[in-house]
Design a protein around this ligand. Structure first.
Ligand SMILES: C[S@@+](CC[C@H](N)C(=O)[O-])C[C@H]1O[C@@H](n2cnc3c(N)ncnc32)[C@H](O)[C@@H]1O
Length: 169
């Protein structure tokens, strides 16, 4: 169900979240929180006035997160990342400072992948960033097509290869 071989190890969480300017970020979106390893840490680091919107397709994870993380700054949405634009509008958020993603772009159809990435780019404020980790670099060409800047880093977590992407509109 997770679309990944493991839950997220601590070095991966620290590496990706280390790229966020926590003092300034007011609207943060997370795609595919799963069992909430990133969500929990985002809530710990983010400003008391910031809001976190998490979007998850799996109903069981949504129920679990609603019980586990009752934080007034957290909006838990049962839906797909492709709906991020209308979902943010419904919540009264015009744009996002950061979108953080753990969804498996490499295993979804290319059309859906590019729709999600285009929707993501369009909700980011001009100095905002899309931060994603992937266990394959297959998403790279789609990121290059959609975003103005794409930086990638490779990490080995034990024997597991992970790519970290840091993209700007
Ligand atoms: C690799 S897991 C995420 C693990 C999570 N980051 C953690 O540390 O526990 C991927 C998650 O993305 C969700 N997902 C897959 N496609 C999605 C989509 N289009 N929109 C939102 N969530 C999606 C899956 O249900 C799954 O929970």
């Amino acid at each position: 169900m997770l679309g990944s071989p493991i839950t997220s190890p601590r070095p991966l969480i620290d590496d990706l979240l280390g790229r966020v300017a926590w003092d300034d970020a007011r609207v943060i979106v997370e795609y595919g929180p799963g069992v909430g390893d990133f969500t929990h840490e985002i809530l710990r680091r983010m400003n008391p006035e910031a809001q976190l919107v998490i979007i998850e397709t799996n109903d069981e994870f949504v129920q679990f997160l609603r019980e586990w993380l009752p934080d007034p700054r957290l909006h838990i949405v049962h839906g797909s990342a492709v709906q991020v634009g209308p979902l943010l509008q419904q919540l009264g958020c015009k744009q996002a400072d950061y979108v953080i993603s753990g969804i498996p772009f490499s295993t979804m159809p290319a059309v859906l992948r590019e729709r999600i990435l285009a929707a993501t780019c369009s909700v980011l404020q001009p100095r905002g960033a899309f931060l994603a980790y992937q266990y394959s670099r297959r998403v790279s060409p789609s990121l290059n097509k959609v975003f103005g800047q794409v930086h990638r880093n490779f990490r080995l977590l034990g024997f597991l290869p992970v790519w970290l992407f840091h993209c700007r509109p």
